[in-house]
Design a protein around this ligand. Structure first.
Ligand SMILES: [Zn+2]
Ligand SMILES: [Zn+2]
Length: 405
């Protein structure tokens, strides 16, 4: 492109932007406008009932948890396994959250983890700014968001995922309107329920989940890794059902927990754990505590070294010596841990092989016993057959004797 072309094209960056996706743009802006104008207007002119607010909170929670526990930790990361009834619940209320089908959402999210912060390949790269990572990436037809399920073959084999994907639009419409209309018919406050459990719930649900892609990559601390922009943020965790511990999540993405300490606010982790007590979830994946501490110590050493090299500490030689000594201890501990873990794995392997041998032996014994019983039974039948043959012969002879008499 010549200099003249560049000057004539006006705003080059907007000229290069992919086309707007009108359906998404209208959906996000109209629902936002209705929530911002319609809800306060109704509140001032009619007032809301507590039942209306209760329905709003419950459906909002079901939507949010279906995204965090279902779409995110179950399907995108395989952090645990779940009973079909729980998966069906997540598929239905996840559709109500209107963030695309599980298949599209989870495959995009796997790309986000694989290419985190890459401007071209991360669908909601934080490097493209807060607006882009929050909602901008969904408003235009960006190549990074193009459907590509090559990283989601496992999900394509999941019947509930594929059923939801095929019927997504119908499920979105039904799950967004049916609960609100149903509650409206029961309570007699149709407009209140459509506004609270319908529009306001959808808008709050949208933006609280979008915070995980936007704010959780900008605001907070990085105790586990600084290799990417993800942050841990306790305040954000309150609005995102525990997904605010995003720095931890980006380094240990298969852990079913995001808030790894018991006191960290992670209702998604509590839901998955509680469900395991009644058999609705199982195989909950957990990163060993040692690995978590190792990541934290790595970061602490890295930061201390940075400060030292920037000359920010007085007594630099003593600090350096102390740091080197601590680092040596750290390396020794890691070395010992690896050795002990190796021994532990070998011992487990031995136990398993001993158990397998014992099982094989038992099977052999059972087989021998079975063969013996089979042989005895077959001999028994042979004897009965011979006996019967004798009986027949006896009858024949008896008849012959009678004929001869
Ligand atoms: Zn992220
Ligand atoms: Zn994730």
């Amino acid at each position: 492109m010549s200099e003249q072309d560049r000057n004539c094209s006006g705003d080059l960056s907007s000229a290069q932007k992919p086309p707007l996706l009108w359906l998404q743009t209208i959906l996000f802006s109209s629902t936002l406008l209705i929530a911002l104008i319609g809800v306060p207007w109704y509140g001032m002119t009619h007032g809301f009932t507590w039942q209306g607010w209760l329905a709003f909170v419950l459906i909002l929670g079901a939507n949010g948890m279906s995204i965090t526990a279902g779409y995110h930790r179950l399907w995108a990361h395989n952090a645990y396994k779940a009973h079909w009834s729980l998966k069906l619940f997540f598929a239905l209320f996840g559709a109500a959250a209107t963030q695309n089908s599980i298949l599209i959402w989870a495959s995009g999210h796997r790309r986000h983890h694989r290419h985190v912060d890459d401007i071209d390949q991360d669908p909601y790269s934080a490097k493209r700014g807060l607006w882009f990572s929050h909602i901008g990436w969904m408003l235009r037809d960006y190549p990074a968001s193009a459907e590509d399920f090559s990283n989601a073959r496992d999900l394509q084999r999941d019947k509930i995922v594929m059923w939801q994907h095929r019927n997504y639009l119908a499920l979105v419409l039904f799950m967004n309107f049916a609960p609100a209309v149903f509650l409206g018919l029961i309570t007699g406050h149709m407009l209140e329920n459509v506004l609270l459990a319908g529009f306001l719930r959808l808008v709050v649900s949208h933006h609280s989940t979008f915070f995980i892609n936007s704010l959780a990559h900008f605001w907070g601390r990085r105790p586990y890794t600084d290799e990417n922009s993800a942050r841990d943020n306790d305040i954000l965790a309150l609005f995102t059902y525990g997904e605010g511990y995003h720095n931890y999540h980006h380094i240990f993405q298969n852990d079913y927990r995001n808030g790894v300490r018991w006191w960290q606010y992670d209702p998604t982790k509590w839901l998955i754990k509680t469900a395991s007590w009644i058999g609705l979830t199982w195989d909950l994946k957990k990163v060993p505590d040692f690995k978590i501490r190792r990541a934290m110590l790595d970061m602490q050493f890295k930061r201390a070294e940075q400060k030292l090299s920037e000359g920010k500490t007085g007594m630099a030689p003593q600090v350096k010596e102390f740091l080197e000594h601590e680092y040596q201890l750290f390396c020794d501990t890691l070395h010992n841990w690896n050795q002990v873990r190796q021994q532990w794995l070998e011992s487990q392997r031995d136990t398993i092989s001993a158990q397998t041998q014992a099982l094989q032996q038992t099977l052999c014994e059972h087989k021998e016993q079975f063969q013996k019983t089979w042989k005895e039974t077959s001999l028994h039948f042979q004897l009965r057959e011979l006996e019967y043959a004798l009986k027949l012969q006896q009858k024949r002879l008896k008849q012959l004797t009678l004929q001869m008499a």
